[in-house]
Design a protein around this ligand. Structure first.
Ligand code: DC
Length: 229
């Protein structure tokens, strides 16, 4: 064990809106501490992809909930070095990159607003998180999934800044995105995530709020590392 891991908080929750830099921070922190990195958003994405693939109407709450309750969704350490943070498996099939498709982006907020879906997935997330030595990233980790987390960070940024980052990412992949369209989608997803009845996006009362508009990725990482000491 490294000296830092003996004194670091065991369960670290990082919440915040889409594209605020949570995954970059969480991945780096998990590497630094030798912890498991668990991005809980991939589970909501996996259920959404399964629904679309099986022809289940995403507006049919009962059908989507039943899918979330019965599908075997697993998150494992990355089996390939192709930029993935982890493997996402649904009923044994590797669907890591499928969960990043545009049609998943467009439908995942609706799916993740369903109470039954959240219950099924939160229980699995909680079981994994309670083992400790974990950095868990999501929207409701500090408030609902693991309110007992030892360190809670809420990483925020304005919609403009987050849309700009998404725009740069998409351009870097060789595509030619429309900035306004990306910004509209960011705003729409924020609205759904933060106004839903169950586990809406909000900082836990005891979360440390960091604004990534004013801090670059290295500065955010340094702040959180300091908090871990
Ligand atoms: O972080 P992300 O973009 O991969 O998240 C995908 C969707 O899942 C997003 O609409 C918010 C939702 N989500 C959630 O409701 N609760 C979580 N703990 C993680 C993600």
């Amino acid at each position: 064990m490294t000296p830092s891991s003996t004194t670091s908080p065991s369960i670290i929750a990082i919440d915040g809106p889409a594209a605020s830099g949570k995954s970059t921070l969480g991945r780096r922190l998990a590497d630094e501490l030798g912890y498991l990195f668990f991005d809980t958003g991939v589970m909501y994405r996996a259920v959404t992809w399964l629904a679309l693939q099986r022809g289940v109407d995403v507006n049919d709450e009962a059908a989507v909930t039943s899918l979330a309750e019965t599908a075997q969704i697993d998150v494992a350490a990355p089996s390939q070095e192709d930029g993935r943070a982890c493997d996402v498996l649904a009923d044994g099939q590797d669907i890591t990159w499928e969960t990043r498709r545009r049609e998943v982006d467009a439908n995942v907020s609706v799916v993740s607003a369903y109470a039954g879906v959240r219950k099924a997935l939160s229980e699995q997330q909680r079981r994994i998180g309670k083992r400790g030595r974990v950095v868990m990233v999501g929207r409701d980790i500090g408030t609902v999934v693991l309110p007992e987390a030892d360190l809670k960070v809420y990483l925020d940024a304005t919609a403009d800044e987050r849309a700009r980052r998404r725009y740069d990412e998409v351009r870097a992949r060789g595509e030619n995105p429309d900035y306004q369209e990306i910004l509209d989608k960011v705003i729409q997803r924020d609205h759904i995530d933060s106004t839903r009845a169950v586990a809406p996006l909000r900082p836990a009362e005891d979360a440390v709020i960091l604004d990534s508009d004013r801090l670059d990725a290295d500065e955010v990482f340094q702040r959180v590392k300091d908090l871990c000491r």
